[in-house]
Write a protein that binds this ligand. Structure first.
Ligand code: KIV
Ligand code: ZN
Length: 518
């Protein structure tokens, strides 16, 4: 077993999706999975198949397509969960089932209502059931860092004896400190029979801002798999950010002496993709992928950099995929050039999708002379929602504003295929559009956030608007891109409204009543 490599286990599609409002559709999950495969991630945790038919379908689709990474499905220690996970993974080239059960006294008593002996028996039975279905089984001791050490060692021992080949130590509530966590991993590897024949893994949450530090400490303790997400998204304060863990290992290679298989030049693209799909934008000072991560403002720093980059740069922007966007396409580019560039960016489109996106590209090229990779990605990401299932579609929009007249929006909207028209006022042009759209759709959704950014430089740049809406406890993101930011604003709002509609419909079928978001 190779212990000089750190396996990167990505859980953006499972724990990442548990971020409030980050739920993704099947096609969006597939897009992220393709990017993860392209990056060289070892294991993709694609979802929790028993949670819903949508989750099952997304895991099955990813399992059938991805060949360059192992595809993993989560299951509680319950026969039905394990059976559903195994069925969802049937098409996978390298399937893995990830079973978990809590081992802290608090969780066993209050949440599970199980005795410690019953927990040990359940781990044994569940791991054996999973091993009988797929060879590669991972066991997680939920809330490991608040568990009694000796009991945790017995639980881990039971999982290894039953055939688990990866043992994950989650810091479920982000409670551990780095030195403590390193010692815990080292203690388990030293004391549990069979521990040296399996891979130990760390899964850290960021409640105290220590997820990356704890993951690196676990590596020092002997862990050889790290569970992480793109941009660090995940339950509550999130999970360890993959780009931070991997770049720490790369920049401080002399200290760790360990490799990953990840192509770090793909980080910016992956980060943007996840931001676009989830609507969760990273802050400018976010390490590695934030807009300011490589920006030097102080004169002293700029002077130093001009003399020698190493004075203030510990890694090169190119290493994480940050480069001046190369001019790739323009008004005269044909369909062939368009398709080849998209393929190089990792998109695989059907003939129909290609025709539709090429038409959008031509329209954009009429408005904007130079089209960069980022423009193409934005254009493509607009087309990823299930548009044929959309209830609301923007037909026409006219907006007036300025200092002479009150901001007014006149909108023609197709609602279930039928045209409706209305004009309305607002305190600004975007407000006028959103108020009018609310009336036209009858929606009571609340705007949680509105962000606008230029995709590439210049006043003719594509403006991308991202909104997050909340209605009856459901949260959905939407984004729209256009050289006219008012059109982009309307599209973003409608995309989020359409997603809320689909969620409402899905919950109604499943008999789920969501809790209000405060
Ligand atoms: O945080 C956690 O404990 C988890 C487990 C399912 C691994 O996400
Ligand atoms: Zn977690």
């Amino acid at each position: 077993m190779d212990k000089t490599t750190i396996r990167i286990f990505d859980t953006t599609l499972r724990d990442g999706e548990q971020s409030p409002g980050a739920s993704m559709q099947k096609e969006e999950k597939l897009q992220i999975a393709r990017q993860l495969e392209k990056m060289g991630v070892d294991i993709i945790e694609a979802g929790f198949p028993v949670a819903s038919p949508d989750d099952f379908a997304a895991v099955a689709a990813i399992a059938s397509e991805i060949r360059g990474a192992s595809v993993c499905a989560l299951a509680r220690c319950r026969p039905e969960d394990i059976d559903t996970a195994a069925r969802a993974l049937e098409g996978a080239a390298a399937p893995r089932i990830h079973v978990f059960l809590a081992t802290s006294a608090l969780h066993m008593e209050k949440k599970l209502g199980m005795s410690p002996e019953a927990v040990l028996g359940t781990i044994d039975r569940s791991v054996r059931q999973a091993v009988a279905r797929v060879g590669e089984v991972e066991f997680s001791a939920e809330d490991a860092t608040r568990s009694d050490r000796d009991f945790l060692a017995r639980a881990v021992g039971a999982a290894i004896a039953a055939g688990a080949r990866t043992i994950n130590i989650p810091d479920t509530v982000g409670y551990a400190l780095p030195s403590e966590f390193r010692d815990l991993v080292a203690f388990l590897i030293d004391s549990v029979p069979g521990a040296r024949d399996v891979i130990f893994s760390a899964h850290c949450h960021n409640d105290l801002g220590l997820a990356v530090a704890n993951s690196l400490a676990a590596i020092e303790g002997g862990a050889r798999q790290i569970e992480c997400t793109i941009n660090g998204i995940g339950e509550r304060a999130g999970n360890a950010a993959m780009e931070e863990v991997v770049m720490a290992l790369k920049v401080r290679r002399a200290f760790f002496g360990l490799e990953t298989r990840v192509r770090t030049e793909e980080f910016i693209r992956a980060s943007r993709l996840v931001q676009t799909i989830t609507g969760m934008l990273v802050q400018p000072n976010k390490a590695i992928v934030g807009a300011n991560a490589f920006a030097h403002e102080s004169g002293i720093h700029q002077d130093g950099l001009l003399k020698d980059k190493r004075t203030y740069e510990i890694m090169l922007p190119e290493q994480v995929g940050l480069s001046e966007g190369a001019l790739v396409l323009g008004k005269h580019s044909g369909r062939h050039a368009f398709r080849s560039r998209l393929e190089a960016l990792g998109y695989r489109l059907s003939e129909e999708e290609l025709v539709q996106s090429f038409a959008r590209f031509k329209k954009l090229a009429d408005q904007k002379k130079e089209i960069y990779d980022e423009d193409l990605e934005t254009l493509l990401s607009e087309g990823t929602s299930d548009q044929d299932k959309d209830r609301f579609r923007l037909e026409r929009l006219a907006v007036s504003g300025g200092t002479l007249m009150p901001p007014t929006a006149t909108i023609v909207l197709a609602v279930d295929g039928e045209e409706r028209q209305m004009a309305g006022l607002g305190s600004g042009p975007v407000d006028a559009i959103y108020r009018t759209l609310s009336k036209l759709t009858g929606s009571t959704a609340r705007l949680l956030s509105f962000t606008v950014k230029g995709i590439t430089g210049g006043s003719d740049a594509l403006g991308e608007v991202t909104v997050r809406l909340e209605e009856e406890g459901r949260v959905a993101a939407g984004h729209g891109a256009d050289t006219d930011i008012l059109v982009a604003s309307a599209r973003a709002y409608l995309e989020a409204l359409n997603r809320l509609q689909r969620k409402k419909e899905r919950d109604r079928k499943a008999g789920i009543t969501p809790q209000p978001v405060l």
